[in-house]
Design a protein around this ligand. Sequence first.
Ligand code: ZN
Ligand code: ZN
Length: 295
Amino acid sequence: MLPYSTVGEAEAALGRGLTGAELVWLRYSAGIPDYLLFCHNILFLFVIFTLVPLPLVLAELRWPSLVARYKIQPKVRHPPASFLRCYVDVVKIFFFVVGPLQLVSYPSVKLVGIRTGLPLPSLWEMVAQLAVYFLIEDYGNYWIHRWLHGKWGYEKIHKIHHEYTAPIGFAAPYAHWAEVLILGIPSFVGPALVPGHMITFWLWIVLRQVEAIDTHSGYDLPLSPTKYIPFYGGAEYHDYHHYVGGQSQSNFASIFTYCDYIYGTDKGYRYQKAYLAKLKEHGDENGQLNNLKSE
Ligand SMILES: [Zn+2]
Ligand SMILES: [Zn+2]
């Protein structure tokens, strides 16, 4: 809870006038305990899990011709019931794992020093911190994911996430409860090392989930703003990992491509890309992933 409840008190404490954003934040958060501010993440996550995958799911079910050309595995047709089943499974994961994990994480958030008061961070401070969080998450996730593709890790834990060989947005958080917990660690290392404001933390949780849904969407959309992020993997990159499945020793990174490049785990993917490019060059308009299945 903020140590001041009026604009006058806040301005006196800061020794200057409040910005518009700080005024909004003060009015909103002055009477809310820090624990409840942190718990906003649970609501954000639920809304994101539910709403962000919806546009592409609706497009695939109602207007498939609109998006068919961007589908990464065009021959795979998910029955409508499978979208609902996936969503229901994800809601269960949310209520039994993701939500409770958030509820009990508060002491660590407090311990590392994520603050809720004024002044608010500048835009550049937020962008720099988010970039660090993404880089750390990507690196940690790479090694954990690589470990999950070992015999024990895959059979006991990671196999569930790979039930979708052609992923859909709803399947991004679809995983064994242990995987959800383990992969929560690299998500928290960034904010622990470079603690920022609660708003930055909210943004981090939101953007990380939106990114995961994007990479599991099953569509490579040409106008996606993520195309402008350097070394960003995207849907096509992670789709290949799901397509190959349990045997996959390629494309372990969750966000960027540089880890797989540095550690040589993108060879299968690059070979496949070159092969599909060759197919297209020779006039096969359907040079897509599924063609390999008939080779
Ligand atoms: Zn995997
Ligand atoms: Zn995945």
